[in-house]
Design a protein around this ligand. Structure first.
Ligand code: SF4
Length: 332
């Protein structure tokens, strides 16, 4: 029922549960003070659950919890348990920066979460600390401990999301490639997108999918492309090392966009409904909820909004206009 004018069916919803974060990644957050949303402007668990149930009636079957950093949201396992209990939900995942994962993994697993994406752009402490502006210097260790604890508890699959940045992490690709082989986690390299809050994105900082495959094949081992079923909406190009040990994904949003098969919708922490990460407009679902809107009225508004969805992002267009809010507000 959530079909846009290009015939794309949308069954995947990303839900941002907070705009707050305990890291300051350069490709997302500003250096200085960040004005986070006041508590009252953030969707409550009841509101998120109501939106989730409503979206499932419209055909959504997969959900991913994001942020900011979702593990900063107090009581998150309660929300996870509520969403995991929604009849017909086929898949529930979470994307985290991993800093708090070691201490929260067990409660999230008990609440019904099974799938994790952990953001980790570098295994070199200096590069890591510089990229995420981690003043403690212990961040990388905490993330790795979090991944190991999640593996020990039984989360599957665990995917590592690594933003590939030319001139910053290009020397790290091989190390992360080897992690995929040694830790049995899928490492997904993400092309750098123009979503930083200071507007500093430069096209020459993009490490393309082709460059990433070449570097991994040269430095780790030959890669072969894995077959995916036609129409598979997954954003990642799937690879495995030719000897069968280790899986690699590449999200080539800039150089090989996959908007034609997009099935994703988003709800930001402030209740803004977005049909695309780069959308220049959004629907204020929070206002509809808090002004006494009925489920039927909200469903109608959401369905109508999806029909407005554009063909795809305009990053490669001459006149590219950045989305009005930074990544940590939009939700990953
Ligand atoms: S850029 Fe927008 S339309 Fe393209 S895949 Fe991402 S969310 Fe979908």
């Amino acid at each position: 029922m959530l079909t846009d004018r290009f015939g794309r069916h949308h069954d995947s919803l990303r839900i941002s549960v907070t705009d707050r974060c305990n890291l300051r990644c350069r490709y997302c957050m500003p250096e200085g003070k960040v004005d986070f949303l006041p508590r009252r402007e953030v969707l409550s668990f009841e509101e998120i659950e109501r939106i989730a149930a409503l979206m499932m009636r419209l055909g959504v079957r997969k959900m991913r919890l994001t942020g900011g950093e979702p593990l900063l949201r107090r009581g998150l396992p309660v929300l996870v348990a509520r969403l995991a209990a929604l009849p017909g939900l086929a898949d529930l995942g979470l994307t985290t920066n991993g800093l708090l994962l070691a201490q929260h993994a067990a409660a999230l697993y008990d609440a019904g979460l099974r799938r994790l994406n952990v953001s980790l752009d570098s295994l070199d402490p200096e590069t890591f600390n510089n990229l995420v502006r981690d003043s403690s210097g212990r961040g990388l260790r905490r993330v790795l401990d979090g991944i190991m604890e999640a593996k020990r508890i039984g989360f599957r699959p665990i995917k590592i999301n690594a933003v590939a940045i030319s001139g910053t992490t290009d020397r790290e690709l091989a190390q992360l490639g080897r992690l995929a082989r040694e830790w049995d986690v899928e490492v997904r390299f993400i092309e750098l997108m123009p979503l930083d809050s200071e507007g500093r994105w430069m096209r020459h900082s993009v490490l393309s999918a082709r460059q990433i495959v070449e570097a991994l094949s040269r430095e780790v081992g030959p890669l072969r492309r894995r077959a995916v079923s036609p129409g598979d909406p997954s954003p990642a190009q799937e690879y495995e090392f030719a000897d069968g040990c280790g899986r690699i994904g590449i999200i080539a949003s800039v150089t090989e966009p996959f908007c034609s098969r997009c099935n994703r919708l988003r709800i930001a922490a402030n209740g803004r409904f977005r049909y695309c990460l780069f959308a220049l407009e959004d629907l204020d679902v929070r206002a509809l909820l808090r002004s006494g809107g009925t489920d039927e009225e909200i469903e109608h508004a959401v369905r109508t909004w999806v029909t407005r969805k554009w063909e795809g992002h305009q990053i490669n267009a001459d006149e590219f206009i950045r989305p009005p809010q930074p990544m940590h507000v939009l939700g990953g």
